[in-house]
Each structure stands twice: as C-alpha cells, then as structure tokens.
Design a protein around this ligand. Structure first.
Ligand code: HEC
Length: 119
C-alpha cells in the first residue's frame, strides 16, 4: 500500500512537472518560432515562399490570412506539404516532401498559420 502511494505521488509529480514546463514553453513561443524557421530553411521552403510577398508560391502571410479560423487547416496543410499539389493558389504545383517527418511538418505549418513571425 505504502509503495503504491509513493509510486502514484511520484507519477503525479512527473506529470505536473511536464505540464508546467510545456505551458511555460507555450507561453513564450506558441509555435517554436526559431525551430520552425530552421525547418523552413533547411527544407528549401523559402526557395519558393517568402513571409510577406508571393514568390513561386503564396506568401506565408497570405496563407495565414486565407486559413484564419479554419480548424481543419493544420491537418489539411500538413498533408499538402507532405503530398504536394496545385489548384488552390494557381496552377503551379507545390512539390511533395516525402522525406520530412510529421513533427517537422506540423511545426512549420503551425508557424505559417501564425503568420510566419520572425521572432
Ligand atoms: C518548388 C516550390 C515550392 C517549395 C520548395 C515549397 N512550396 Fe509550398 N507552395 C508552392 C506553390 C506553387 C504553392 C501553391 C499550391 C496551390 O496553388 O495549390 C504552395 C503552397 C503552399 C501552402 C498553402 C497550401 C494550400 O493548399 O493553400 C503551404 C502551407 C506551403 N506551400 C508550405 C510550404 C512549406 C512548409 C514548404 C517547405 C517544406 C514549401 N511550401 C515548399 C511552392 C513550393
């Protein structure tokens, strides 16, 4: 009994610790800006996209404005980045990114939807 109680107490401590540190990160950097920018750069997103003007693809601010308030946007855009496709912004297709891991895609899409803040 004593042992179980201590295990439960330890688990509660670990979980609340993790929760506190997660919410601290969330308050400072909602979508981990620096990390997202590094992902966008290292996957050549910025070769076709700029934050505030159209290049080959739409600016990330245009994308954020278009999907503002759309609860499906994170999933929809993650799939679009992974699989590629055309027709939403014009006839030029975005290439697929099959080698990117889902976590990186999720991070970079959240950053785009936040308007691609620079810090
Ligand atoms: C070779 C050029 C190119 C590269 C590289 C590229 N994109 Fe795109 N992207 C485009 C084009 C063109 C479109 C518009 C597609 C359309 O009209 O459906 C687009 C559209 C998008 C959209 C909006 C999709 C929609 O359906 O509204 C997002 C988000 C996006 N890109 C993110 C990224 C990210 C993140 C990367 C890097 C992993 C990336 N793009 C790399 C060309 C590119």
């Amino acid at each position: 009994m004593m042992f179980e109680a201590r295990v439960v107490a330890a688990l509660v401590a670990v979980v609340s610790c993790a929760f506190v540190s997660m919410s601290a990160v969330a308050a400072d950097q909602p979508v981990s800006t620096a990390n997202a920018i590094a992902i966008a750069r290292s996957n050549a997103c910025m070769g076709c996209h700029a934050v505030d003007r159209k290049l080959v693809g739409p600016s990330f601010q245009q994308v954020a404005a278009k999907y503002k308030g759309d609860a499906q946007a994170p999933a929809k855009l993650a799939k679009k980045v992974k699989d590629g496709g055309a027709g939403v912004w014009g006839s030029i297709p975005m290439p697929s990114h099959p080698a990117m891991n889902d976590g990186d895609i999720k991070t970079v899409v959240a950053w785009v939807l936040a308007g691609a803040p620079q810090k």
